[in-house]
Design a protein around this ligand. Structure first.
Ligand code: NDP
Length: 491
């Protein structure tokens, strides 16, 4: 039998009794000199850290990324350098709008974030289960999220806020159509895909570069709840997807995703029919077929949820040599926002927490700050120095690229048709059942908003496809002539 550990205070001295506070006699008042009691109560008061403002409810697991196809001519990223190479990773799945105790079965995009612990530092892919997003400029993000959360006066979810913003933001329609399909209520985290959404840059040793999008396709197959099944699950087990992931891994049923990429030469991007950095659009498979790259396997559960899942902190700007940012405005905004959120939520030294720390030691001249766990010598703490401190390595630089446009507040400059791709989805990709469920899911939600908002949003559905708008209008008992009139405002 394992030797029992001695219970200690947090400063390491033995605890003699953990059931009876020190009192002056029986019953007697409690004495402040009971250091163990005081520490225990004080620490308990400090157990919670700020909740993530988005993606608060999540589940995580460890595993690995394995290269199955050689795409090293496109990128010098070492973890992608040869077939068979495996790199450890940690993944956190989440919902977006709900609080930490909210139900896993809510209609919401799902976060699909990972930290790949490569030999050249952490590469984070901070993805969703949908290939597009509601907005394409980070300026709109805080407003958008406010509308998906609670009304500041009533502290309840507010269908008027939710649909008011979306109906005034037609670029959201592609993502709204996916969200209100049954893909908006995935059956579990194991049964959904992950998409980078953003475009990234891959570059090789010769300084050539390409634009890239990632697709993580579930090997378990896509499975979704219907609206009715999701409603039941929310009440029955609000943690069903968290539980499912944990239990599957405990049973040895390790979930797998096949990883594919779309690759576009930069010359194509200049003349493509829409702005390829616009995250409200996908790159059609017909133009840019996916190429297989690897697979992701999740095979180990965390043993301490707080340490590993709650304290995990991802950033879409954590790149390794061979991978870099694109001009996607949402990506550029996120590159700032994520580190900033972590500094607020976890503190300036959050990258030293074991779940966030790179596997190879960090060497730089950042020093001190709250909760610093110094791994390297404190001296020297400046660069340049002649004391043998770590030196920058220019061979790892991203190739230089040209930026020649005028600074200003520019909308995306390519012709913007926000309706072509949701139309293709509605008309060509969805089955009759998918369409029936889509209309039912929308009507069930939008009916709770004010009539003028219903009309404005239904006009957008109509602009995507007359049948789509007409069916929603019918479900909501709206006047179709009014809907058609409003739809005319969209080019
Ligand atoms: P394709 O017919 O080649 O691709 C359609 C893709 O849509 C499928 O490969 C599948 O991607 C995905 N899909 C299938 N059923 C559904 C559904 N019910 N809800 C959402 N997505 C579904 O055509 P295109 O590439 O030209 O795309 C047509 C439309 O499909 C797009 O406008 C977009 O709305 C949607 N789509 C496209 C993706 C892309 O990257 N091109 C990715 C996902 C959706 P998967 O295997 O990834 O599930």
């Amino acid at each position: 039998m394992a030797k029992k550990k001695r219970y200690t205070t947090s400063f390491g001295s033995p605890v003699d009794d953990d059931q009876n506070s020190v009192t002056a006699g029986d019953p007697g008042p409690v004495l402040l000199q009971d250091v163990h009691l005081v520490q225990k109560l004080a620490h308990f008061n400090r157990e919670r850290i700020p909740e993530r403002v988005v993606h608060a409810k999540g589940a995580g697991a460890f595993g690995y990324f394995e290269v199955t196809h050689d795409l090293s001519k496109y990128t010098k990223a070492k973890f992608l350098s040869k077939v068979g190479k495996k790199t450890d990773l940690f993944v956190r799945f989440s919902t977006v709008g709900g609080e930490k105790g909210s139900a896993d079965a809510e209609r919401d995009p799902r976060g699909f974030a990972m930290k790949i612990y490569t030999e050249e530092g952490n590469y984070d892919l901070v993805m969703n289960n949908t290939p597009v997003f509601f907005i394409r400029d980070p300026m709109k993000f805080p407003d958008f999220i406010h509308t998906q959360k609670r009304n500041p006066a009533t502290n309840t979810k507010d269908p008027d806020m939710f649909w008011d913003f979306l109906s005034l933001t037609p670029e959201s329609i592609h993502q709204v159509t996916i969200l209100f399909s049954d893909r908006g209520t995935p059956k579990t985290y194991r049964h959904m895909n992950g998409y980078s959404g953003h475009t990234y840059k891959w570059y090789n040793d010769k300084g050539e570069y390409w634009w890239v999008k990632y697709h993580f396709k579930t090997a378990q197959g896509i499975q979704n709840f219907t609206r009715q099944e999701a409603e039941i699950m929310k009440g029955k087990d609000p943690d069903h997807a968290t539980r499912d992931l944990y239990d599957a891994i405990e049973r040895g049923e390790y979930p797998v995703w096949n990883v594919e990429v779309q690759i576009m030469p930069p010359k194509d991007a200049e003349k493509y029919r829409f702005n390829i950095f616009d995250i409200t659009k996908v790159w059609p498979h017909g133009d840019y077929p996916v190429k297989p790259l690897g697979r992701m396997v999740l095979n180990r559960n965390p043993t301490n949820y707080f340490a590993d899942v709650e304290q995990s902190a991802f950033c879409p700007g954590n790149f390794v040599p061979g991978i870099a940012a694109s001009p996607d405005k949402m990506l550029q905004g996120r590159i700032f926002s994520y580190h900033d959120a972590h500094r607020y939520r976890l503190g300036a030294n959050y990258e030293q927490l074991p779940i966030n720390a790179p596997k190879d030691p960090v060497h730089n001249y950042q020093r001190d700050g709250f909760m610093r766990r110094e791994e390297t010598s404190g001296h020297p703490n400046y660069w340049p120095n002649s004391m043998g401190g770590p030196e920058p390595d220019p061979t790892t630089a991203e190739p230089q690229f040209e930026v020649t446009r005028k600074a200003g507040r520019h909308p995306y400059s390519h012709p913007n048709d926000d309706f072509i791709q949701p139309r293709a989805l509605y008309e060509k990709v969805m089955t009759d059942t998918d369409r029936d469920h889509l209309i039912g899911n929308i009507v069930d939600h939008l009916r709770n908003a004010k009539k003028e908002i219903q009309l404005r949003q239904t006009a957008i559905f109509y602009r995507v496809h007359p049948e789509y708008g007409t069916r929603v209008a019918k479900g909501l008992k709206l006047d179709i002539t009014e809907v058609k009139g409003l739809a005319k405002q969209y080019k």
